[in-house]
Design a protein around this ligand. Structure first.
Ligand SMILES: Cc1cc2nc3c(=O)[nH]c(=O)nc-3n(C[C@H](O)[C@H](O)[C@H](O)COP(=O)(O)O)c2cc1C
Length: 337
């Protein structure tokens, strides 16, 4: 079964928090690819506004949602990490929240909007919802993809009724979609994860993680992916909404490597190694979204102040190949010759 009916086997990965804009999605679609827009972090009204803007742009698009997480952070652990971050907050003149916030990222309201006015594809990350939610989306004609990082997760997703997988390798920028945030992310090439998932299930695969050029695209297609998702390579695209501080860091030779960190959000995510990670990774607890809410204002202030050492600089291992250019050029340069 084919998931996408596009000229090119290239997908703009959803990047919540600013980078993925409707303008970026339109540019990727016009270049022959397919684009996902991120529903994560948005309130239901903001999500509704994004859908309205995307529909007005007149191209097909997919939507990505964060699956609700179980409450994970005890109040004592929250307080300990809050105290750990006091100096960072003071440096930026930010007041940290006094208690943990848990939320479900407005899951039910977002689902209701997508059921009322369906989109062709919905991708899920951070695990699986109740199978009845997947069935409800499929009943209105939406095909549902689960982000998976292992063959075991793929089998669980297939049992829950999805139409296909977004296989995310550990070299991917941003949050890992792992169903188990405490499982250490083993450093394996994305194509080997794709092969393992393909061996476990016949469902179609979009694959991403660490793509830095056409050779990587060719490898993932050869491993059995129907299309290849790119995130990091689009972070510096003219049409992306990446903050100037993040853009500058991606091009700064002083940022020499990426690491997987939970220091910013309590969930493993890959980003450029910076001062915040160096200072706080050892003390950082697991606990998404509580840690995300704890550090959110601090990170916003850092971005506004142009401080790359207190901001999450999400990036995959291919970040050196991310260039400042129109998205169409970036997409076309990825097509294997
Ligand atoms: C800034 C940023 C934000 C991201 N936000 C999301 C998101 O909202 N939902 C999601 O499923 N994946 C998210 N990801 C992961 C991407 O969808 C994708 O797996 C990853 O970018 C692919 O690896 P690459 O960055 O090496 O190309 C994000 C990645 C980045 C870099």
């Amino acid at each position: 079964m084919s998931l996408l009916e596009t000229d090119l086997p290239i997908v703009a990965a959803p990047m919540a928090g600013g980078p993925s804009t409707v303008a970026l999605a339109s540019a990727v679609t016009d270049a022959g690819g397919f684009a996902f827009l991120p529903g994560g972090y948005l309130t239901a009204p903001a999500f509704d506004a994004l859908l309205t803007e995307a529909r007005a742009a007149g191209r097909p698009f997919g939507v990505n949602l964060f699956v609700p997480q179980p409450g994970a952070l005890a109040p004592d652990d929250f307080a300990t990490y809050r105290a750990e971050l006091a100096g960072e907050a003071a440096a930026l003149g930010v007041e940290l929240p006094t208690g943990p916030t848990h939320d479900d990222d407005a899951w039910r309201d977002k689902l209701t909007l997508l059921l009322a006015d369906p989109v062709p594809l919905v991708s899920l990350t951070f695990g699986l919802p109740d199978p009845s939610d997947i069935a409800a989306l499929r009943a209105v004609g939406t095909r549902v993809l689960a982000t998976v990082t292992t063959p075991g997760e793929a089998l669980l997703a297939a049992d829950a009724g999805v139409d296909g997988f977004v296989v995310q390798g550990p070299s991917a920028g941003g949050h890992s979609g792992t169903f188990d945030p405490r499982r250490p992310l083993v450093d394996v090439p994305t194509d080997s994860v794709v092969r393992a998932v393909r061996a476990a299930s016949p469902l179609p695969v979009v694959a991403g993680g660490g793509v830095d050029g056409p050779a990587a695209v060719r490898e993932l297609l050869a491993a059995g992916a129907e299309a290849v998702a790119v995130g990091t390579l689009l972070l510096r695209a003219h049409e992306s909404g990446t903050s100037p501080t993040h853009r500058a860091a991606l091009a700064d030779p002083g940022f020499a490597t990426t690491v997987v960190t939970r220091a910013f959000t309590g969930r493993p995510a890959r980003g450029l190694l910076n001062g915040f990670i160096e200072r706080h990774e050892p003390a950082a607890p697991y606990g998404y979204p509580e840690v995300h809410h704890l550090t959110r204002d601090l990170r916003r202030a850092a971005a506004a102040a142009g401080d790359p050492h207190r901001l999450h600089l999400w990036a995959g291992t291919g970040y050196r190949a991310a260039v400042e250019a129109p998205a169409a050029e970036i997409i076309r340069a990825l097509v294997p010759g």
